[in-house]
Ligand binder design. Structure first.
Ligand code: JHZ
Length: 402
């Protein structure tokens, strides 16, 4: 295929077969759902990983089930991230902030005391309505050049545009960046946080691949995309959130800004990871986890023991569907998100129950499909008095934690 960032040719890295969209939870076990191919491609010109086939956004986001969970891990990430933005003056008490893909507004709620004004924009009707009901002004729309133009006319330019874990969710990065270019104040900044391709590859995180994640950004591919839209990468912030993330900081290229050393430092390491041989290792890790996890589950079930999955995550749905595990081997999936409870995971048809039910009638093993919250979820389980359920942690290497 042709790279959606730089127009050069790509090659295939991994084919995970055909799966349903990861957040399309079923209301009834009888519901039928369509599968779509999940194929990862690499462009060696701009070091960009992307899906070969992108689904129509309306299909993915109109009615959305991902609601930012209440989590200590996320709260402390918001604090580190905000401190970084304030310390570097990418945010200050005079900043007007627009957050793209703001979900129910948790992050905006967090930065509200430090800035002049906040506005969110999110395409999911149910999610934007929830944010507004919580007092966070949220426009219900996809961010695009047209949406940026409307926001600018109504509210003026934005000093800081923040886009956390949503840039990868759009098949047209150039349209998003043109929107940023239009909306951002002359001396403003945009901060784009995303799962980092280096962590995805090094951590064997094959489950980060699902239809919503159309791009797996690297410093090289993001720099290229920015450059093609009159913007320039000036700084970055690395964190462990969501399995390893990067926050790209960019501004208008015509300002000829200083590019901080952080960019060159991480770039040189990135180049040692995004290589043909490491991408091949990543692809082999998919077959390895498939064999090992299936064998482990089979042994556990042969001993007459039970398994629930923990976390009705988008990632988990890639894992279960790729491995071929379903409600015959995994009895329930436990999740704290109210609108997911009572539904069934797409593909595997495992019923989602709430955390209390999961803890009142615990299994012998939890398959930790929300492994990015590993320490928080294990501590919470132990603090509730459950010392009996072991946790199967699938990434970076399959292991059992007791
Ligand atoms: P979580 C989502 O991916 C969706 P997912 C999206 N596509 C994206 O890009 C990433 O996030 C960043 C539950 N939970 O965040 C709540 C508990 O039950 O890993 C959530 O359903 N108990 C936008 O879906 C799920 O786990 C807990 O204590 O792969 C976590 O979902 C905690 C902390 C969470 O993302």
């Amino acid at each position: 295929m042709t790279c959606r960032i730089c127009n050069n040719s790509t090659y295939m890295v991994l084919d995970l077969g055909s799966t349903p969209p990861a957040n399309s939870f079923l209301s009834s076990i009888e519901d039928k759902i369509e599968n779509f191919p999940l194929v990862l491609e690499y462009c060696s010109s701009c070091s960009n990983l992307q899906l070969r086939d992108c689904l129509d956004s309306d299909k993915l986001y109109k009615n959305y089930y991902y609601v930012t969970p209440k989590s200590q891990t996320l709260d402390s990430h918001y604090s580190f991230f905000t401190n970084f933005l304030l310390a570097k003056n990418y945010l200050n008490s005079e900043s007007s902030v627009v957050e793209v893909g703001s979900n129910i507004g948790d992050f905006l709620q967090h930065i509200k005391p430090y800035v002049r004004s906040i506005i969110g924009i999110d395409p999911a009707e149910n999610i934007a309505a929830k944010a507004n009901s919580l007092g966070i002004e949220t426009i219900c729309d996809f961010f695009s050049t047209a949406a940026a133009d409307n926001i600018k006319k109504k509210y003026g330019s934005a000093d800081t545009i923040i886009a956390r874990h949503c840039f990868a969710h759009n098949a047209s990065p150039h349209d998003l960046l043109q929107g940023v270019k239009l909306l951002m104040a002359p001396d403003g900044h945009v901060i784009i946080e995303n799962a980092y391709a280096v962590n995805t590859i090094e951590g064997n995180e094959i489950d980060q691949i699902y239809h919503e994640h159309m791009f797996y950004y690297s410093i090289q591919s993001m720099s290229k995309a920015l450059e093609l839209n009159g913007l320039v990468l000036v700084d970055l912030f690395i964190s462990q959130v969501h399995g390893g993330s990067i926050s790209f900081v960019a501004t208008h290229a015509e300002n000829n800004p200083t590019v901080l050393d952080s960019v060159a430092d991480y770039l040189s390491y990135e180049k040692t990871v995004l290589t043909k041989s490491k991408l091949l290792d990543f692809a082999s890790s998919a077959s390895k986890i498939k064999i090992e996890l299936n064998a482990l589950v089979k042994n556990i079930l042969n001993e007459g023991k039970t398994i629930y999955s923990y976390g009705a995550t988008a990632k988990g749905n890639t894992l279960l569907n790729f491995i071929g595990l379903n409600n015959e081997s995994i009895t329930y999936c436990v999740d704290s998100t109210e609108i997911k409870q009572g539904k069934f995971l797409p593909g595997s048809k495992i019923k989602i129950i709430n955390e209390e039910e999961g803890l009142n009638n615990p299994p012998d093993y939890f398959l930790l499909t929300a492994w990015n919250y590993r320490d928080e979820i294990i501590s919470k389980t132990r603090e509730s008095g459950n010392y009996s359920s072991a946790f199967i942690v699938p990434f970076p290497e399959l292991k059992i934690m007791r």
